[in-house]
Design a binder for this molecule. Structure first.
Ligand SMILES: Nc1ncnc2c1ncn2[C@@H]1O[C@H](COP(=O)(O)OP(=O)(O)OP(=O)(O)O)[C@@H](O)[C@H]1O
Ligand SMILES: [Mg+2]
Length: 478
């Protein structure tokens, strides 16, 4: 058990000594001081649980000393000793926070009981304070945004956690919630309605996958739990959790599963179509070369041949989506590969008035990839950017950047095209999703791209807002 430290402050050295002896016999560690100034010096050096103060001291009054001790050592308990003449002062000392007062000459039994009770109180209060501090530390360090609101929606408590970049609020206490989260955002995310429901019906409400209610970070997705505190008052507890990374992982998983399932189906169909298609193509090619086939019939036949070729291209696309070849990896300089693709597209880009701005890190390490598959990936993205720019403008820009970041090689393509709506952004990697006219796009480019990058253990994602252009980012492990 921890030793209890007691400080006796009395200007009568004999009284001090006797009391020290008695208390030490009972197992306490005791120090003494002959006046207030000395007492204040001693408490600076050592931690005391209890002080027994004579109300009449030569330098300062016992009450004054009590106040000073309480302000420097909040956990300390104080017992005042007094003669009958100063009993009024002792009562004053109680008001100032003394635990008890005892009259002189001291009855040792009374004193022992008083000390035991004071120590018990001191221990309970210290434990409570520690628990409170621990709770506050836990709340502060949780990767959650926690707000306690009163019935007027003023903030009573709010954590500004260092763990969560979403939470970066200072001086939020006392402010109305609408000063931290704008009213329109409170409405749009459903938070306001949920708070009203919680207040009126007294039941907890959960909101899933809402836009981050903090204006500082719009791109994050959150879950929210709103409940009453249940402490008898109508305080509302709001717990917001950032689930952006979780949602991204889930989406990726769903997409991969969907693509794999679709891949099997598509592979079967493509294979079955291939045979009759080969026959159509072969016979139409043969027929157009026959001298007796001419005029309108020849034109129709050429049309058949042309369309059959288009169908073959689609089937080839389907096959490479559904059964992507295992990458034949070799160490490659990505910058050189990009330059090669750009020179292949140089003419098209020039006639379409698309300016290429390169920001390629010349110190990139080589990366192990399948160059033919990555060529296909870059080509798909660049052609998409060209088509997107041309859709709305007669000219535009395409920024291509490479850099090394956190063990990944990052390649980005940013175009000045029309951007992609939030709704479409969720579908662009789906096979057959295309906003292009029939015959212009099969909607397979990005799904093939996605599978290739997946097979390279990399990541691909698009960042875009309508009217703001689009950025495709590829991350390949180094
Ligand atoms: N840079 C971009 N800017 C705007 N929209 C884009 C961009 N890249 C892709 N998209 C959108 O994503 C859709 C899917 O692209 P994807 O490359 O998979 O198919 P596609 O280009 O339509 O057809 P395909 O590539 O098979 O010929 C496009 O139809 C377009 O709506
Ligand atoms: Mg495309």
């Amino acid at each position: 058990m921890e030793r209890v430290n007691i400080l006796i402050v009395d200007d009568d050295p004999d009284a001090c000594k006797t009391l020290q002896m008695i208390l030490e016999e009972r197992g306490y560690t005791v120090s003494t001081a002959e006046n207030g100034t000395r007492a204040l010096e001693i408490v600076k050096e050592k931690k005391f649980d209890l002080a027994i103060l004579d109300i009449k001291l030569p330098d300062i009054s016992g009450t004054e000393l009590l106040k000073k001790l309480k302000s420097t050592t909040p956990d300390i308990e104080i017992i005042i000793t007094t003669g009958y003449a100063t009993i009024q002062n002792a009562i004053l000392a109680l008001r100032e926070g003394a635990f008890d007062y005892l009259t002189k000459p001291l009855d040792i039994e009374d004193l022992t009981i008083s000390i035991e009770r004071a120590i018990e109180k001191q221990k309970t209060e210290t434990a409570l304070r520690r628990e409170k501090e621990l709770n506050a530390t836990i709340i502060l360090n949780l990767p959650l945004f926690i707000v306690l609101l009163d019935e007027n929606l003023d903030i009573l408590l709010c954590n500004t956690s260092p763990c969560n970049p979403m939470i970066n609020l200072s001086n939020a206490l006392g402010k109305n919630i609408s000063e931290i989260i704008p009213s329109e955002c409170l409405k749009k995310t459903g938070l306001l309605e949920a708070i009203e429901k919680v207040t009126h019906e007294g039941i907890a409400v959960d909101l899933h996958r809402i836009e981050c209610p903090l204006p500082s970070d719009k791109n994050r997705i959150c879950d929210a739990h709103i409940t009453l505190t249940g402490t008898g008052k109508e305080d509302i507890l709001l717990i917001i959790r950032d689930v952006t990374e979780k949602v991204a992982l889930e989406t990726q998983l769903i997409r991969s599963e969907k693509l794999a399932a679709l891949g099997q189906l598509v592979a079967g169909i493509a294979h079955e179509i291939n045979n009759p298609l080969t026959a159509v193509l072969g016979f139409s090619q043969l027929l157009v070369t026959e001298p007796e086939v001419k005029g309108e019939i020849k034109e129709d036949l050429l049309r058949i041949k042309q369309e059959a070729e288009r169908a073959r291209k689609i089937v080839q696309g389907l096959l490479s989506f559904s059964r992507p070849n295992k990458p034949q990896k070799e160490p490659i300089n990505i910058n050189e590969l990009l330059e090669k693709i750009l020179s292949m597209r140089e003419y098209q880009l020039r006639v379409n008035n698309i300016e290429i701005i390169k920001n390629l890190d010349s110190n990139l390490p080589q990366v192990s990839i399948d160059p033919y598959q990555l060529e296909q990936v870059f080509l798909n993205i660049i052609v998409n950017a060209e088509q997107a720019i041309l859709e709305t403008n007669k000219k535009g820009k395409l920024l291509i950047g490479t850099k090394k970041e956190n063990g990944y090689l990052k390649i980005s393509f940013t175009d000045s095209g029309p951007g992609i709506s939030k709704e479409n952004l969720l579908k662009i990697f789906d096979p057959f999703f295309s906003t292009k006219d029939v015959g212009k796009g099969t909607g397979l480019g990005l799904s093939i791209t996605y599978r290739i990058i997946e097979q390279h253990n990399g990541k691909i994602y698009a960042l875009s807002e309508e009217g703001q252009g689009t950025t495709f980012v590829i991350e390949l492990p180094l």
